[in-house]
Design a protein around this ligand. Structure first.
Ligand code: ADP
Length: 666
């Protein structure tokens, strides 16, 4: 008797004979067993020293370790799911509610027994058919004729209809038509005598799913019912069965995915698509290539030893451009429930049913997700955390976790609330909490080092705000924008980026020259156009603004936006640029504690913009007191926590003239 650490090792040590035994005893689906058997027969004929032997051997090994239909049973308990989501994540109420709704729908669907309607005016046929289907554990209802069937279709949703073709008064074709109207997704299987096969074919043209001739065979009925149900399920699930989490980094997308797996009692797998360059990495290489390998999807499923894990496909928005092959097509093969029930990994080369997998996609920017993919997902947006939320998450989750992980559990350690706020304000600048977690980890590590080097446990280590520099060095960020009032030609704009919101300063200058607009600061195409529009607006309204009509004749204007690391594009800085120019040309100083966002049109209207919550959060982080927003964005206010609105005054505007006195000093 030999002992092996795992099944893989066991397979590698096996000879052909042993392989035969293992194939016999493994629980493989029949078609897979046959393929494995054929491969092993071939193996017996080639030399173990040849490379084909190794390739074939590895392949059979692979077949034997795939969890073909090994699924973990789902825990269908919504209350438990809610408790688990709450236990590991603070806040995120709306997000959690959406996830629970999604799970509830899945649970209902999974728990449902498929309902089948059997229509036949012949009692014996009706009874036989019902008997076969009931034995398959379907819920079966019968209708004694066409009229009865139509009545039942009025009140009940069926998953499949089996219907006799020849019936008096209301025929099978009529029932078919009625079903197509009442429940267009429900497949209809027509039952017919041999004599009426032509009419049966005609019924296919009218939209019947399939026909079965009497006397029907047991296997045929069973198989048809199963396939029809799969088709129905596929239609129903095409949209919304894949979740997509979009939002800035560190807002809990991945960890919430992990909690969903935990709540359902499923295995969890994470595959990062960012930087994936080749379709084969995902879908596998054909076995004819030297060094061929299976793709990540099937490989991870094999490793998880479960055919129904939760799979997170991370950074779906970072795939594209230099990807070899067509990323959208490849991902649809994986995600689309019409296709993924027979997903073929190029290496495995046998269809594998992915329909049990719960896929969750994550992305930072929704706009970068390929359109056909987005269509098939249920989008859940994650926004950045407020300072208070960050504080709560840090004290309830991050600090206890870091204390555990750095081995400080037995050593009394306390980080004062003011110190936590100081870390949030002066050492991090982000929408999520990745950096915050990192900084807390640094503090904990340094405390641990202190304990180890002094070898004493005397008293509690208390980290106060004032002593933070000892742990984290000088503060990195300070936001005293409010104190910097009184400059001419500079306004504060708000931008939205992949990592959340941020503030930017728009600086303008004029110098002798002639009619040139200089734009610097790595501005994107759209932002450059906004600057041009802003200038044209100012020029065409010069007299009402109170500046010389010909100011541009003998001057060049320069618009610069510092902070090279922030990507700057989009139309939302139009208003801020125009106001910087107006300040420059009128000589009126600007209030720096007023930030603004809004697209400017040539006629001076202010159009709505995206990312309002992120922008307001960023403004508050930076000590801004007033935020000017396009009037039409007032619908976004629901998403903004009340706390924030207590500290920040929001001013809604529809035209740029309304902004002038709010931003410029008299
Ligand atoms: P993302 O996938 O959005 O980039 P992660 O899921 O990796 O973010 O989250 C980063 C860290 O922050 C993880 O340790 C996670 O547990 C923690 N985290 C994020 N949001 C919350 C929250 N609401 N409550 C508790 N911990 C959180």
């Amino acid at each position: 008797m030999r002992f092996f650490k795992n099944s893989e090792e066991k397979v590698q040590a096996a000879t052909v004979d042993e392989l035969q035994d293992m194939i016999r005893s493994a629980r493989l689906p029949e078609h897979v067993r046959r393929i494995a058997q054929n491969e092993t027969d071939l193996l017996a004929k080639i030399s173990p020293a040849s490379s084909e032997y190794t390739i074939s051997f590895t392949y059979i090994n692979f077949l034997l370790t795939i969890p073909w239909d090994k699924k973990t049973p789902d825990s269908l308990d919504l209350e438990l799911a809610e408790r688990i989501l709450d236990e590991y994540h603070y806040g995120l109420h709306k997000t959690k509610a959406r996830i629970l709704e999604h799970l509830a729908v899945r649970i209902l669907r999974l728990g449902e027994r498929p309902r089948i309607l059997v229509v036949d005016d012949e009692e014996v046929a009706r009874r036989n058919l019902s008997h076969i289907l009931q034995k398959e554990d379907y819920e079966v209802e019968v209708a004694v004729d066409g009229e009865d069937a139509c009545r039942k279709l009025e009140t009940t949703q069926f998953d499949v209809v089996f219907c006799d073709l020849k019936m008096p008064k209301v025929s099978g074709l009529d029932v078919l038509e009625q079903t197509r109207i009442k429940c267009p997704d429900t497949p209809v299987v027509i039952i017919t005598g041999f004599a009426s096969v032509d009419t049966a074919v005609q019924s296919l043209r009218k939209g019947a799913y399939h026909y079965i001739a009497k006397p029907f065979k047991l296997d045929e009925v069973r198989a048809t019912a199963r396939e029809a149900l799969m088709k129905k399920a596929a239609r129903r699930e095409t949209k919304g069965s894949v979740l997509c989490f979009a939002g800035p980094p560190g807002t809990g997308k991945t960890s919430l995915g992990r909690s969903i797996a935990h709540a359902l009692g499923r295995k969890f797998v994470r595959i990062s698509l960012g930087g994936m360059k080749d379709e084969a990495e995902l879908m596998g290489h054909r076995r004819t290539y030297a060094g061929a390998r299976p793709g990540r999807i099937i490989e991870e499923i094999r490793r998880a030893e479960s055919a129904n894990p939760v799979i997170i496909l991370d950074e779906i928005d970072k795939i594209g451009k230099d990807f070899k092959g067509d990323p959208a097509a490849a991902l649809l093969e994986v995600l689309d429930s019409e296709q993924n029930a027979a997903f073929v990994d190029r290496y495995l080369d046998i269809p594998f049913d992915l329909s049990g997998v719960l896929f969750i996609l994550t992305a930072n920017v929704v706009d970068n997700i390929l359109e056909p993919l987005l269509d098939r997902t249920e989008l859940i947006e994650f926004t950045g955390y407020t300072e208070e939320e960050k504080f709560q998450i840090a004290s309830r989750f991050l600090i206890p976790k870091q204390i555990r992980e750095t081995g400080l559990s037995g050593y009394p350690t306390r980080i004062a609330p003011e110190a936590i706020y100081r870390i949030i304000q002066s050492y991090t600048r982000e929408a999520g909490i990745r950096n915050l977690e990192r900084q807390i980890a640094t503090v904990c590590r340094k405390i641990a080092k202190g304990f180890v080097s002094t070898r004493e446990r005397s008293g509690t280590v208390e980290v106060a705000a004032a002593s933070l520099e000892k742990y984290l060095g000088p503060r990195r960020y300070s936001f005293e924008v409010a104190e910097e009032n009184g400059r001419v030609g500079v306004t504060t704009g708000l931008v939205w980026t992949e990592v959340g919101g941020d503030i930017i300063f728009i600086e303008t200058a004029k110098m002798k020259g002639g009619k040139e607009l200089i734009l610097t600061g790595s501005l994107g195409e759209v932002m450059r156009e906004s600057a041009q529009t802003a200038l044209s607006y100012v020029r065409s309204n010069a007299s009402s603004i109170g500046i010389a009509e010909d100011f541009f004749e003998h001057y060049d204007l320069h618009v610069h936006v510092p902070a090279g690391a922030i990507p700057k594009d989009g139309p939302s800085s139009g208003a801020a640029i125009a106001l910087a120019l107006i300040s420059l040309l009128t000589g009126r100083t600007t209030r720096r504690d007023v930030a603004m966002t809004g697209e400017l049109t040539l006629t001076g209207r202010i159009l709505p913009v995206g990312g309002v919550k992120e922008k307001i959060l960023a403004a508050r982080r930076s000590g801004i007191r007033t935020v000017i927003l396009p009037g039409r964005n007032s619908v976004d206010l629901d998403d903004i926590p009340l706390q924030i609105l207590e500290d920040i005054t929001i001013q809604w505007v529809d035209r740029i003239d309304e902004m002038v006195d709010a931003v410029l000093m008299p």
